[in-house]
Design a protein around this ligand. Structure first.
Ligand SMILES: [Zn+2]
Length: 430
């Protein structure tokens, strides 16, 4: 049996094109992928089929220069670019992007046949020569296969560092932090030795390489021995995360209305740094750089957004259930924010500053319940969204399938482990 000729070394201008010419058994379609522009075409004695070359865009390249540099005749290159402009502006080519050029061979004739680029991971723009010789463009949307990916690990320093080490992509880590922000204070609650598990969907291309991540379907954090599972589930009202008992993990208020900030002062009696004597601190302080966005902690109506003496630039929002939140010392309000405006949980309302009676950039945050300040960190106000009836049944089926899928993907899960989980699930329902 004839051995298949070895692939030509890429970048070698002196490769022998004859190495595949007389071995049509090894490559019946006559198709070969060559990665370098330097490979010479013109010496071929007889060939039939296609040859594709991937050219990489360098700084300062124009598509015209790339094509003519790849031995595309000037007139062909001009017409192909003109056709392409209906679907893609060649000036949008980025450095490092690949342009694939196809030549067809018949006998000793070599003809430029097609040009393909991928403006983004989803899209392919192909310009090809039709029977009559004119060039036409088509835009294809690529379909990717979705596959579930499971990961688990121990937290050594932080959730983000440990999950990244376990191969969890950054968007998934951010989604976990966002989803768990109601249940966990990442600054105070997470300890080394805590565990995480996550199941998410990932889109993969035809080579099995990850293109992008999709939904996080299940996660579980084990914090100081307590398991906190969450399941992403779509209801008729939208998508939400639920615990095992079918209760939304969302809360009326976010735990911290600011990203990645360090709580610099808690609620209660303290020695006041400016006044010099002890007094009650009726909120919590988050140290953060000037300009850090501040979020509305919950859905509500802006009741006050103006200068307010020692509080500096100050916002107060009225929520449901007799609850209000207040945000002080802001550097600036979100542009267009006005009193009477309805805001949603997570909307940016302003930016950290040090206006009013303040020693440095921080957010002073207060929660009032029935007119009295309470400790925002000890407050737990469920939304009351609980799955019921048919939705609950559908959810339970879904939970069982997700648990099964996770166990299959992570085969080292102990049987004792899963029974412990269902025991916990039972206690959640009490
Ligand atoms: Zn304060």
């Amino acid at each position: 049996m004839a051995a298949r000729p070895s692939a030509p070394p890429s970048g070698d201008a002196a490769i022998s094109t004859s190495s595949f010419v007389d071995n049509d058994q090894a490559d019946p379609l006559g198709t070969i992928l060559v990665s370098s522009v330097a490979d010479s075409l013109v010496e071929a004695p007889y060939r039939f089929g296609e040859e594709r070359r991937a050219i990489t865009v360098n700084s300062g390249d124009t598509l015209m220069a790339l094509l003519t540099g790849a031995a595309v005749p000037r007139q062909d290159a001009y017409q192909a670019i003109e056709a392409m402009e209906e679907a893609f502006d060649p000036r949008r080519l980025r450095v490092g992007q690949a342009v694939e050029v196809t030549f067809s061979h018949e006998g000793t004739d070599t003809e430029f046949a097609a040009l393909a680029i991928e403006p983004d991971v989803d899209t392919q723009v192909i310009v090809s020569r039709s029977e009559g010789g004119a060039f036409a463009v088509e835009e294809l949307t690529k379909e990717f296969e979705t596959r579930p990916v499971a990961a688990r690990g121990s937290i050594t320093s932080s959730l983000s560092a440990s999950s990244a080490a376990a191969g969890v992509p950054y968007p998934v880590v951010m989604e976990l932090i966002r989803a768990y922000s109601y249940a966990i204070d990442f600054q105070r609650d997470i300890q080394p030795g805590d565990q995480f598990e996550v199941l998410f969907d990932q889109e993969v291309d035809e080579n099995g390489d990850a293109v992008r991540t999709k939904d996080v379907r299940f996660a579980m954090l084990t914090v100081s021995g307590e398991e906190i599972p969450i399941y992403r589930f779509e209801t008729e009202h939208g998508v939400d995360y639920f615990d095992r008992s079918g209760e939304s993990i969302r809360r009326l208020l976010m735990r911290t209305p600011i990203d990645g900030a360090r709580m610099s002062s808690g609620f209660g009696m303290r020695h006041h740094p400016i006044l010099g004597y002890s007094r009650m601190h009726r909120g919590v302080d988050f140290a953060a750089p000037t300009g850090t966005p501040i979020y509305a902690a919950g859905n509500g109506v802006v009741e006050f957004a103006a200068r307010n003496s020692g509080y500096g630039n100050f916002i107060r929002i009225r929520h449901n259930a007799g609850v209000k939140t207040a945000y002080a010392h802001l550097n600036a309000f979100e542009s267009g924010l006005r009193e009477g405006q309805r805001v949603s949980q997570g909307d940016v309302i302003g930016y950290v500053g040090t206006t009013g009676q303040s020693t440095g950039p921080h957010l002073h945050y207060e929660v009032m319940r029935n007119g009295e300040q309470v400790d925002p960190m000890s407050l737990d106000l469920p939304t009351g969204d609980v799955l019921e009836g048919q939705e609950r049944e559908r959810f339970e089926t879904y939970v069982a399938s997700v648990d099964r899928q996770f166990a299959n993907l992570v085969p080292d899960r102990q049987v004792a482990d899963s029974s412990q989980r269902s025991a916990n699930a039972g206690s959640n329902e009490d």
